[in-house]
Ligand binder design. Structure first.
Ligand SMILES: [Ca+2]
Length: 489
């Protein structure tokens, strides 16, 4: 309609002629009566807001309406719409983001507190105080997409050690700060020199990314993905703990390679029992590997801290990027990314199972990214099986469709919660949320679910500090160290 009016205005020699035009009079007759204007105005605003949500990054990845529109509109079109129709809101958002980047850059290693907010859970309306402190690391570039290889070096991880927090950047920079500085306006971060770049240069490795940091018995471990003459692999390094200098040595390597960068590497470390630590390895886009006992991919291993001998604990994993061991219960809980849909929380009851199989790449509640549903497994034709149990696999304790981009989790035993119940706090990248999952005493049932949502954030790592009664998180878009403390009314 606007187009016709504009065309008429162009054609007409003067305004009077334009408004006398037959076509224009026709339009006028069909224009809604005054009382409908308000309705149309609201409709227009709604469409504008919805469309902005579809084209911008700032929407809830669990919102089914927006996801539906995203599904039917090709990415090229909504990216074009973002750059043309929504240029002003887009630039405004971009400007806000870049201003924050400059602020982060200029404050150096201060670890400045730059955001304070109250977040209310969606279901139970629990209130949490959120604080965000700068991390002096590079931002995740959302416009590259989460699978951009550069973003692989922008996932950062942290660990507590006594009264300190140690953080490793995706590029291997190590820093620390005093835990109690979260009560102040600055974390006052300090750099710890390390030999990671030396290791890379000496071995002619290209760094693909750091996948976890873990501390036990005064030793620091980290996992690293490297490219070595065109092939990729995963390695674990270890150093005596020091705040002056970290001198890492090779601790464990799988000596198995995959071609081409992908995001299915796993790489989490966790405490375990019998002088061992746990390591998760993803399937690395190698078909059938997760189901094959000949391959290290798609597995969770326990590695002896003295001999570095690996014991296979479980298999059939896709991309396990969350991993904990609960000593009192003798269970391992891992999270893993599904394909499109089908993110999982899996429980390994060590007293009950021997070498459990979690089903990938035969069973999954998700489908392939391209919309097809053909299983990757060479011996299993046709779509992924939904039921795990029917095929002798362990059913996920919980699965998420659509995917939340599941990352790390924290177990909160009864004594740490106000209601004296058990909880899992599960962080997510895609959904920018922490899920509060109330579970029964036997880890068999979900009693209740709640969610804390942080729009425009991706949460890579989460841990609970009992001393300050706060969760520490890593948000990777700015990036920042965030803290979450429940507010008691
Ligand atoms: Ca599974």
């Amino acid at each position: 309609m606007r187009l016709i009016i504009c065309q008429n205005l162009k054609k007409a020699k003067n305004l009077k002629q334009a408004f006398n035009n037959k076509e224009f009079k026709f339009i006028l007759r069909w224009l809604p009566k005054k009382k409908y204007y308000f309705f149309f105005l609201i409709l227009f605003v709604l469409i504008f807001v919805l469309a902005w949500n579809v084209v911008s990054g700032g929407y809830d990845r669990q919102n089914k309406i927006i996801l539906f529109f995203k599904e039917i509109i090709p990415p090229k079109i909504y990216k074009k719409a973002r750059d043309v129709i929504f240029i002003i809101p887009d630039l405004k958002e971009r400007n806000k983001f870049l201003t924050r980047q400059v602020d982060k850059f200029e404050q150096g290693l201060e670890g400045k507190l730059f955001n304070k907010d109250v977040v209310i859970s969606t279901n139970k309306k629990k209130k949490y105080e959120l604080k965000e402190f700068y991390l002096p690391f590079q931002r995740l570039d959302l416009r590259l997409g989460w699978h951009g290889e550069k973003n692989s070096r922008r996932a950062h991880h942290f660990e507590f050690f006594q009264d300190k927090v140690i953080v490793i950047s995706g590029e291997g920079q190590t820093i620390y700060f005093n835990k109690n500085n979260i009560l102040k306006k600055k974390l006052n971060q300090k750099n710890i020199p390390n030999n990671i770049i030396k290791i890379l240069n000496k071995n002619n490795f290209e760094l693909i990314g750091i996948r976890d940091l873990f501390i036990e018995d005064n030793q620091v471990y980290f996992t690293m993905l490297v490219r070595n003459s065109e092939k990729l692999t995963i390695k674990v390094y270890r150093s005596d703990l020091s705040f002056e200098n970290l001198n890492f040595q090779l601790f464990y390597e799988v000596n198995e390679y995959w071609q081409g960068y992908n995001v299915y590497s796993g790489g989490r470390l966790s405490n375990f029992k019998n002088n061992k630590i746990l390591l998760s390895i993803g399937y690395n886009a190698v078909p059938s590997a997760a189901q094959s006992l000949e391959s290290n991919f798609g597995k969770i291993f326990a590695i002896d801290k003295d001999t570095a001998k690996a014991e296979l604990i479980s298999y059939g994993h896709r991309n396990p990027q969350g991993l904990i061991y609960i000593e009192n219960e003798n269970i391992i809980i891992n999270t893993e990314h599904g394909p499109k849909g089908g993110d999982e929380i899996n429980i390994n009851f060590l007293d009950k199972y021997t070498l459990p199989n979690y089903g990938w790449d035969i069973a999954s509640y998700g489908t392939n990214y391209d919309g097809t549903d053909e299983s990757y497994n060479a011996e299993h034709e046709g779509p992924y099986e939904k039921s795990h149990e029917e095929f002798g696999f362990i059913e996920p304790f919980k699965y998420f469709v659509p995917s939340i981009g599941i990352s790390q989790l924290v177990y909160m035993p009864n004594e740490l919660n106000k209601d004296s119940e058990k909880y899992l706090f599960v962080s997510s990248l895609r959904a920018g949320s922490v899920y509060l999952i109330k579970i029964d005493d036997e880890f068999n049932k979900i009693l209740d679910e709640d969610r804390l949502m942080f729009l425009d954030q991706r949460i890579r790592d989460i841990k609970y500090d009992e001393e300050n009664k706060v969760f520490f998180l890593i948000f990777e878009v700015t990036p920042s160290i965030a803290t979450l403390k429940e507010l008691i009314d």
